[in-house]
Design a protein around this ligand. Structure first.
Ligand SMILES: Nc1nc2c(ncn2[C@@H]2O[C@H](COP(=O)(O)OP(=O)(O)OP(=O)(O)O)[C@@H](O)[C@H]2O)c(=O)[nH]1
Ligand SMILES: [Mg+2]
Length: 312
């Protein structure tokens, strides 16, 4: 965990400079007057925490400060850090990595999201990490839209030593998913990771296609084995929250992976996702390499973000 913490601290450097740096520096000695509370709320909103939640967090913090007679900035910051982690922890499953042993195998991860959000990369990272933990993994190239998409997944598969089930470009994604399920089943795999084509949530036919893939997997694997994983680009901030709401209304989401956290100025989006969707953020993407995907520990995260030491 400490390794994750220092790693996270490094990876969050960018976010901290741009987002929480501005927030953390507020907690540095000034009086907690009206100006302070207003400024804090403004900075939370511009950091993509969302207006409603920002107001609520500031309100709670203010009340706590008054009730507990807190006067030191350090103490107030600590309360703030625990408020953030409590908010995240209020969604069950947050930060827990996928465990293939949590049910009958193969566990099926259906990766969905808009174009370029990081689905294929996250699929590859997950496959690599499962393999390192001794799990047997199969991947499905159900993004049949572009030949390059199939190749991209195959590259990840070759690098990790994971079998990729694919058909030719333009074939039916649901048929690829079905094939891959059969292969995963037959080979006794622990995990099947299904990559899909990026799609705009407003495109009706593409959403229908996704529903069909989901239907086939649900029929074959059963609901208990299936996890619908929304991959969200955190750089998009509030837009990604809106996307997530639409996807969630079409297919019930089991988990969120928040990618490109290393690149974002909008660190607060993780709080918005938790609050609005009530779907657990399981991992955050912290770069392009296979190891740059971390289970998302809310307590460590909140502490790292505000540069406090993690609570013991
Ligand atoms: N810095 C950074 N880059 C990432 C991360 N995740 C993905 N990327 C990059 O984002 C770009 C898009 O990633 P893909 O995995 O191809 O996205 P996708 O959702 O599969 O895209 P489509 O298949 O076109 O919808 C690639 O250049 C990735 O290397 C991350 O966590 N951090
Ligand atoms: Mg892709």
């Amino acid at each position: 965990m400490m390794a994750f913490f220092s790693r996270l601290k490094d990876s969050l450097k960018g976010v901290k400079d741009r987002w929480s740096g501005g927030i953390a520096s507020l907690f540095s000695g000034k009086a907690f007057d009206d100006g302070f509370w207003e400024e804090l709320e403004d900075r939370l909103i511009s950091g993509d925490v969302g207006a409603e939640l920002s107001e609520e967090l500031v309100g709670t913090l203010k009340r706590e400060a008054r009730q507990r007679g807190i006067s030191s900035p350090e103490a107030l910051k600590e309360v703030f850090v625990s408020l953030i982690s409590e908010e995240l922890l209020s969604v069950p499953g947050t930060g827990l990595p996928f465990e293939p042993d949590e049910g009958d195998t193969p566990l099926v991860l259906l990766m969905i999201g808009v174009n370029g959000s990081g689905k294929t990369t996250s699929a590859g990272k997950l496959a690599t990490q499962f393999l390192k933990r001794g799990k047997r993994v199969v991947m499905a190239a159900a993004d049949t839209f572009r030949a390059a998409a199939i190749e991209q997944l195959q590259v990840w598969g070759e690098r990790a030593g994971v079998r990729v089930v694919a058909q030719s470009q333009g074939s039916d994604p649901a048929a690829v998913a079905f094939d891959a399920w059969q292969a995963a089943r037959a080979s006794g795999a622990d995990v099947l990771i299904v990559d899909t084509a990026g799609r705009l949530h407003a495109k009706h036919n593409l959403m229908e296609e996704l529903r069909k893939v989901h239907r086939v997997l649900e029929r074959e694997a059963g609901e208990a084995r299936l996890r619908t994983v929304l991959v969200l680009d955190s750089v998009l901030g509030q837009n990604s929250v809106a996307q997530a709401e639409t996807f969630n209304s079409i297919l019930p989401l089991s988990a969120v992976i928040l990618t490109k956290y290393d690149n974002t100025a909008k660190g607060g989006v993780v709080l918005s996702v938790a609050r609005k969707l009530k779907v657990p953020v399981r991992y955050i993407g912290l770069g392009e390499g296979a190891d740059d995907l971390s289970p998302f520990d809310p307590v460590e995260f909140a502490a790292a973000l505000m540069e406090s030491e993690p609570p013991r």
